[in-house]
Design a protein around this ligand. Sequence first.
Ligand SMILES: [Zn+2]
Length: 293
Amino acid sequence: MPELPEVETVKRGLAKSLKNKVIKDFDCDWQKMINYPLKDYRDKILGLIVIDVERIAKMIKIKLSDNLNILIHLKMTGQLVFSQPEITEEKDCVIGGHPIIEGFNCLPNKYTHAKFIFTDNSHLFFNDVRKFGWVRLFNDQELKDQIAKLNMGAEPLRSEFTLRYLQNKLKSRPKSKIKPFLLDPKNLVGIGNIYSDEICYFAKISPERLVKSFKKNEIELIYKGIQAILKASIKEQGTTFRDYRNSSGEPGGYAKKLKVYGRNGQPCLKCKQIINKTKIAGRTSSFCPNCQK
Ligand SMILES: [Zn+2]
């Protein structure tokens, strides 16, 4: 599942390509992906202009004229591909999400379940191997209501996420271990297995520590770690997913910078002790038993 840096990467790639495009046609062969019958969905969006592309937690919002919004969740295997009218080289595409399977020159393919066609004949394809992802349409008020219903915590890279916010959230969940605390979108959005492990390593804390055991300076380190790790990953276009222009299926650059995630059995880059793994709340966590206490 893509986490915040990966979805942010997809969003940035699409924002450049989609702005000001006018929707000429829409098609979808998997009704569960959309929240209106196909004909109604199409009728509502034909002729509308893409105003902007934003990220909300792990979702992508395509803001349209007429106060409408397309909200997209990639889930496990969703992928968005924007293609210029003529695809001759891979750089004519912006690909984001799950690594492409069929190749850029094979679009649409058997995994393409939704497609937007713009008046300049460029396309946006939504491909999804397992079909858990969705592409839903909401007006501004409906979108607001949907988001409110999710009762999401702060966006870790926006001003709403302050040290005080983190302190208060930790205080409200004293018996939680830090790893599941970081994974819970009601506390903070966008953090999954990869970044929760990296944040714990950064803060030198065991992923199993109880929230109530933290000292002030440790909370400050967690706060700093959340921001530093997510920012560094965005800079590298994420870990397992990226918006790429010259190769297919390549992992994001942050994969090379991971300190603990996926490194069980290998030596810690700081102290050379072997990285361990353990299961916490059903999720595998990697950590250095020496550096993290
Ligand atoms: Zn170590």
